[in-house]
Design a protein around this ligand. Structure first.
Ligand code: MG
Length: 265
């Protein structure tokens, strides 16, 4: 993660982010529609990679810190960073979090820069239990509450507070080790956007400013907050193996308000 906070002031740069966000949202929509019992997570990855390349863009995650794939596909108790695999076949009753980043190259003042759109959604595979459906709905509501709190002059902790409130209302476990982030020329950058508020007494807070690009991403668990990493060194799972949900949008702070960049057509 880059420790600088980036501020984008020109319409040119903002428009590149809008385009990258739109691509990321449209490919996520396409992949979510392909989710069904019997499909493998690798099938979804191939679909996404082909679509992104056909649209003249680059899969952000592939090769980022060594990650091998275009998508992170995290099934059931997997929280984030699941690696697509042809042996992982989706079954009715599963849930799958699909996270995708799209990089668009753009020219600003004759120099080439990267513009990234990042988004995720957790979707059901066929029919799912009521309790799990509720987990998805509330995690999405947590994301929406976080976005609403993303106003110029507010603090990053206001985003965390809004998300935490939704999780606490249902007694869900809130993943602490991962969270949202700023987006800069090398993708992840400051500020880290945790989904819980104790963080700020330890590490400090920062102000939300015009021109920031933020990825907000709550992860709520049906059981405990604790997580562990699998031996593949990527996949994060809940410690009690209960289901986890994850939703993410990239936003631009413009005219003092959040503009969601990752809205599909
Ligand atoms: Mg992200």
């Amino acid at each position: 993660m880059n420790n600088n906070i980036f501020i984008y002031k020109t319409e040119e740069e903002k428009d590149y982010f809008r385009k990258a966000g739109k691509l990321a949202a449209n490919v996520l929509e396409k992949v979510c529609k392909a989710v069904k019992p019997g499909i493998s997570t690798l099938d979804l990855d191939v679909l996404a990679e082909t679509w992104i390349k056909d649209h003249g863009a680059i899969p952000t995650f592939k090769g980022y810190l060594g990650f091998p794939s275009t998508l992170c596909t995290s099934v059931n108790h997997e929280v984030v960073h699941g690696i697509p695999n042809n042996k992982k076949i989706l079954q009715a009753g599963d849930i799958i979090s699909i996270d995708v980043g799209v990089t668009l190259m753009g020219l600003v003042n004759g120099q080439e820069f990267k513009f990234v759109g990042d988004n995720a959604r957790t979707v059901p595979v066929g029919e799912i239990p009521e309790k799990t459906a509720e987990l998805l709905a509330y995690t999405k509501a947590g994301l929406e509450a976080g976005i609403e709190a993303s106003l110029k002059g507010n603090k990053i902790s206001d985003i965390a507070k809004a998300i935490e409130k939704v999780a606490k209302s249902k007694g869900y476990g809130l993943v602490r080790d991962f969270g949202g982030h700023g987006i800069g020329p090398e993708y992840h950058s400051a500020p880290f956007i945790p989904n819980y508020t104790d963080y700020f007494t330890l590490y400090g807070d920062s102000e939300i400013k015009e021109g920031m690009i933020l990825a907000i991403e709550p992860m709520f668990n049906l059981g405990v907050s604790d997580i562990r990493k699998l031996k593949d060194n990527w996949t994060i799972v809940t410690k009690d193996n209960k289901n986890s949900a994850h939703f993410e949008h990239s936003i631009l702070i413009t005219d003092g308000k959040p503009e969601i960049l990752t809205m599909p057509d």
